[in-house]
Design a protein around this ligand. Structure first.
Ligand SMILES: Cc1ncc(COP(=O)(O)O)c(C=O)c1O
Length: 461
């Protein structure tokens, strides 16, 4: 492994001297040289010069096909024309933040609710998934008068203090440990963690703790946990148990929302949570997230004084910025109007990519297994994550991907990343997602880049 990294880092440094210099400068004024750990890979990240469509260019002039696409927000690629056309005229008039209510906000709220096809829902906007998840938990606690929250091992809902447990896999404790310092010592006891897609475990947890739970939060398609779908039976059970024990069921659709159809993944499954979270692509590339929930729960942020304290859900200074709302509307309009083309195209090209990647590794005598494949309900998935099993396993749960004894995490997260950067492709967690502007030729080029990485792995490992 050492030899492989020595080669990869040396070649990367040769290619990116401008970024290396900027990173040294950044490290003097920013912790670890930046603001988001995922963007700060080893030995240092490249610095961006421009981004358009499927491609980004760094300050040294290197071009990369990008499958990170703004933390999966850019389903139409970077700087999409269809959205720019809608927002640019307003910017030329001076569309800075004003801090007033506006029609685009109302229209975006109506659009999201209409897409879900349910009655009695209310929306409130904020600016990040982290905030949306935090407010949702506060609403659930206020509604139920309870303090415990159940989440899935491997589930990431942003850096919400209520949910920073069972995110990272810790050798020894698995997904049972807290993931952040700087929180009250008893917070960890209030967060319970259950196993992804494990019906028996879920039933046991509810039997034992159900009456004390405020909320059960889960991603119907788990993102960083491994690009895996919850089964329909599991979600049905979650709904049933939440009803039985009076627990608020929260679907975090910040990744899955509008990714598989022009609405939440929940509409494909035919299941209704009490609260849904949306983010990422609902802002059309701007900072928008939404908490959408049953009116009686959402009203918790606006109850009469006599009923006690309300939930202080103020979306923030920049919440529902008029141009963010306009960009979000343009995005959702586009997806709705072009759904027959967009989703099948993404699904078809991603399928080709996943199969192609597995094949080029096989050709080098190495095993790579992709997750992100669709299932019997979701035909078109644009996601792919490339995993290197340490032993024969089926990738069914986050622990299969994140336990280093089952999967080589270093190879996926670090070595593959650099090997692909050397070949003009940028990925996170060994893969990412397609956008509508990744062409079939881009997919071919990407498979070739993975083949070159596979070749390097065989040579140096
Ligand atoms: C499922 C999920 N929920 C919440 C978040 C947090 O969103 P944000 O990064 O906008 O705070 C993320 C971010 O990646 C996410 O994937």
């Amino acid at each position: 492994m050492k030899k492989l990294f020595r080669y990869l880092e040396k070649e990367y440094q040769k290619k990116t001297p401008g970024s290396a210099a900027l990173f040294r400068r950044a490290s003097r004024v920013m912790v670890r040289g930046g603001s988001h750990t995922l963007r700060l890979w080893r030995p240092y990240p490249f610095f961006l010069s421009s981004a358009r469509g499927a491609e980004v260019v760094d300050v040294d002039g290197n071009r990369y096909l990008d499958y990170w696409q703004g933390h999966y927000a850019n389903i139409l690629g970077h700087n999409p024309e269809v959205i720019r056309r809608q927002v640019e005229p307003h910017f030329s008039r001076g569309a800075f933040h004003t801090g007033f209510e506006s029609l685009p906000q109302l229209e975006l709220a109506e659009k999201i609710i209409a897409s879900l096809g349910q009655r009695g829902l209310k929306v409130r906007f904020t600016t990040s998934g982290t905030l949306a998840a935090t407010y949702a938990v506060m609403l659930a606690m206020a509604y139920t008068g309870r303090e415990r929250v159940l989440k899935i091992g491997g589930g990431w809902h942003g850096a919400s203090p209520y949910l920073l447990k069972g995110v990272k896999y810790h050798p020894g404790t698995g997904f049972r440990s807290a993931d952040s310092a700087g929180l009250p010592s008893d917070f960890s006891r209030k967060i319970l963690v259950t196993r992804f897609n494990d019906a028996q475990h879920l039933s046991d947890v509810f039997r034992q703790h159900g009456k004390k739970l405020a909320a059960f939060i889960l991603e119907p398609f788990i993102g960083v946990g491994g690009f895996l779908f919850c089964s329909r039976e599991y979600l049905e059970l979650a709904r049933k148990l939440a009803d039985k024990y009076g627990v608020v069921l929260i679907f975090d659709e910040i990744i899955s929302g509008f990714r598989f159809c022009p609405s939440g993944l929940q509409t494909i499954y035919g299941l209704q949570p009490d609260i849904s979270l949306f983010g990422k692509l609902i802002g059309g590339g701007q900072a928008v997230s939404a908490v959408v929930g049953r009116s009686e729960i959402m009203e918790g942020c606006d109850r009469p004084k006599a009923a006690g304290l309300r939930v202080q859900f103020e979306g923030g200074t920049f919440s529902s910025h008029e141009e963010y709302m306009r960009a979000g509307l343009a995005m959702l309009d586009y997806l709705e109007q072009n759904q027959d083309r967009v989703y099948p195209y993404l699904g078809e090209q991603a399928e080709r990519l996943r199969r192609g990647i597995e094949k080029v590794f096989r050709d080098e005598g190495l095993e790579a297994v992709c997750t992100g494949y669709g299932n019997e309900l979701v035909k078109d998935s644009s996601f792919f994550m490339v995993n290197f099993p340490q032993k024969k396993i089926a990738y069914r749960r986050p622990e299969d991907l994140w336990n280093p004894r089952r999967s080589s995490v270093v190879l996926r997260e670090e070595a593959l990343k650099l090997a692909l950067l050397l070949n003009g492709v940028h990925v996170v967690h060994g893969g990412g997602c397609l956008s509508t502007v990744h062409t079939p030729e881009d997919v071919n080029r990407t498979i070739k880049a993975y083949a070159a990485a596979a070749h390097l792995f065989r040579r140096y490992l």
